[in-house]
Design a protein around this ligand. Structure first.
Ligand code: URA
Length: 440
């Protein structure tokens, strides 16, 4: 009997369950070109409005993975961890986490994206390092993982092509905002890499697309459910993105901040979250207690072993290894610098992460349109965090810009994104919830 794609579309439209093989067929036919964008968009909109249950979501994820190649890593000689962040502002965790876990005896092959809108992309950040190449074939990824324990590469067309095609259609049809669709998209890219553990950093707050913690937790649960359905180990944290995570927004600036953390000399939320996630990964994969794993992760930052792993990563991917010794000398720098000065005394009670990210985008650190160029040198330094007490006139940051004009614009936007109050507030918890597999 011939298959009519209108049947699953109508079923989803009317809130009925769609069989797994029908969802797989829709995705396969869309990817091959047998099904047009119209019917696929109609199905996606119905899925956004009616939701998808865990079996439908697992089926969509399976179809995405089946559309391309997978990376087998069973022979790299170390337990393999993969890590994903749902995206945020000043979120350079991957730049710290990947070499850190490699220095702790794990392997990590991290496929990363480019930034879009106000959130940054790991691949853009690394390209701020002269020579660093993010294009890696699957064979190159495997060889590099076996040799030095870590790889950070850009998404290739060989891996989960269906997700790329469906995501572009979702972007064009206002069908991105759906927990099951996001979960299937995120997890397909994780399942395509043969890791022993998937670590998910699900952000919650104004700087990401799950603005409240309940939605972020639901996304984390949906991702964990997909991992379970595919027999994969996974753990997740819901973490604060109501304010920028680190103290820099901008590609070269974030690389320099990550190097400072890797040198052990930069306390703060970027370090804390990187250590938290690395400790969880090593404890789960090595069967050790969490506390000891956290101590070992902190030591790897203090004793230079994580920094050495980062240097090896940079050199292996063609980058200038001297960047770890002299980030200021090697990384591109912006010609204009303007201090950011607190306009009122009191406690910082809110920092709108999305607005700070948008200000960095105005400077050229991010892009509004896929494929648009970015300026690696520009960005924002903002030392202030929610809960800090500041004095009017105190320097709390610095804008790095191409021109005085854009610098002033960005500075005004940063100041408008800060709220100060006489009443102090308690800083938001960095890790609001941990879900999935938990170490002892
Ligand atoms: N990131 C993804 O990879 N997919 C989505 O659908 C949303 C964010």
């Amino acid at each position: 009997v011939s298959w009519d794609p209108r049947d699953p579309i109508a079923a989803k439209r009317d809130g009925r369950t769609v069989a797994a093989d029908e969802i797989e067929r829709l995705v396969a036919d869309f990817t091959s070109g047998a099904l047009g964008e119209g019917p696929m968009a109609a199905f996606l909109m119905a899925a956004v409005l009616q939701g998808m249950d865990s079996e439908e979501t697992a089926a969509m994820t399976r179809a995405f993975v089946a559309s391309g190649a997978t990376v087998a890593l069973g022979d790299v000689g170390r337990p393999v961890v993969d890590k994903h962040s749902t995206g945020g502002v000043a979120d350079a965790v991957s730049l710290v986490f990947v070499p850190l876990v490699a220095s702790l005896g794990l392997a990590c092959v991290k496929i990363s994206g480019r930034g879009l809108g106000h959130t940054g992309g790991t691949v853009d950040k690394l390209e701020a390092i002269p020579g660093f190449g993010v294009g890696r074939t699957i064979d190159e990824m495997r060889a590099q993982a076996a040799e030095i324990g870590c790889v950070i590469a850009s998404q290739t067309s060989e891996l989960v092509p269906a997700d790329g095609m469906v995501y572009a259609l979702r972007n064009a049809t206002a069908t991105v905002a759906s927990i099951p669709l996001i979960a299937a998209s995120v997890m397909s890219k994780k399942l395509a890499i043969g890791s022993d553990l998937i670590v998910l950093d699900v952000k919650a707050g104004s700087g990401t697309f799950m603005t409240d913690e309940t939605a972020a937790r639901a996304l984390a649960e949906a991702c964990l459910e997909i991992a379970r359905a595919h027999g994969r180990r996974a753990t997740a944290a819901v973490t604060d993105m109501s304010q920028p995570l680190g103290t820099t927004i901008g590609n070269a600036l974030e690389v320099a901040e990550a190097i400072a953390v890797l040198k052990g000399g930069r306390p703060g939320r970027l370090r804390d979250l990187s250590v938290w996630l690395a400790a969880r990964a090593t404890a789960l994969l090595c069967g050790s207690a969490l506390e000891g794993a956290a101590r070992r992760a902190a030591s790897a930052l203090e004793d230079g072993s994580a920094l050495d792993a980062f240097r090896r990563l940079v050199v292996a991917q063609g980058g200038e290894g001297r960047v770890v010794d002299d980030p200021v000398g090697v990384l591109p720098a912006a010609p204009v610098r303007l201090p950011i000065v607190a306009s009122a005394s009191g406690c910082i009670v809110a920092i709108d992460a999305a607005a700070i990210g948008a200000a960095a985008t105005v400077l050229g650190a991010g892009r509004h349109r896929k494929g648009a160029p970015i300026d690696p040198a520009v960005g924002i330094v903002l030392q202030a965090k929610v809960g800090d007490l500041v004095e009017e006139g105190e320097v709390i940051g610095e804008v790095h810009a191409r021109s005085t004009d854009t610098a002033e614009q960005a500075r005004a936007a940063v100041l408008a994104a800060l709220r100060t109050d006489a009443e102090p507030v308690v800083p938001p918890q960095l890790v609001a919830a941990s879900l999935g597999e938990a170490p002892a």
